[in-house]
Write a protein of this length. Structure first.
Length: 190
């Protein structure tokens, strides 16, 4: 079986393109990975103005949040969820050294507790606050924020909440009914 010259070139270009795309993806993943020892900045993903989510952060990264304009940290990750992760006490001490407010409201599993929703609500309601909400991957952070935002008087509507979470790579479609129920019970502004 003979392969025509143009087919051979086409296959070679396709293979080369896949190699280049894989290299780019690997570089991007490496550039965004948190590095506990290098002092690399945490990857913060914006949800809406003043609210950012993140995966696990280190005390060194938290200490750098003030220089990035952050004023508050909400830790949703349970202590000892994974060996070697910084404890809430270590993160809280780093936040205090940096002059940031800190709240610890662990979320076990995927369903945020009312206590966690309340902690995020208190953080986002403070005037002039820029808050980082974090967990292991950012998923629980986005889910907890979505419920807090749905509960907030004057908060975003359901479609905007879902769009913000989705744009951060954290869809909350499965919370649609809970979001709608919280919006329905909001105190209406005149």
């Amino acid at each position: 079986m003979r392969i025509a010259g143009s087919q051979l070139v086409s296959r070679a270009v396709g293979v080369l393109a896949r190699i280049v795309l894989a290299a780019i993806a690997l570089f991007a993943a490496t550039a965004n990975a948190a590095d506990d020892s290098s002092g690399q900045e945490a990857k913060l993903t914006p949800l809406v103005a003043g609210v950012w989510i993140a995966g696990q952060v280190t005390p060194q990264q938290v200490e750098g949040f003030a220089a990035r304009g952050m004023t508050a940290v909400v830790d949703l990750r349970p202590d000892d969820e994974e060996p070697g992760q910084p404890s809430s006490q270590q993160i809280g001490a780093a936040a205090e050294r940096a002059g940031l407010s800190f709240a610890y409201a662990p979320v076990e599993g995927g369903q945020p507790s009312q206590a966690a929703v309340d902690a995020v609500s208190r953080a986002i309601l403070r005037p002039d606050t820029t808050v980082v909400v974090y967990c292991r991957s950012g998923r629980r952070a986005a889910r907890t924020w979505a419920l807090a935002e749905a509960s907030r008087t004057g908060g975003l509507e359901a479609e905007a909440i879902e769009a913000a979470a989705k744009s951060a790579g954290q869809p909350v479609d499965d919370l649609r009914e809970q979001i709608a129920a919280r919006i329905a019970t909001r105190v209406k502004l005149p």
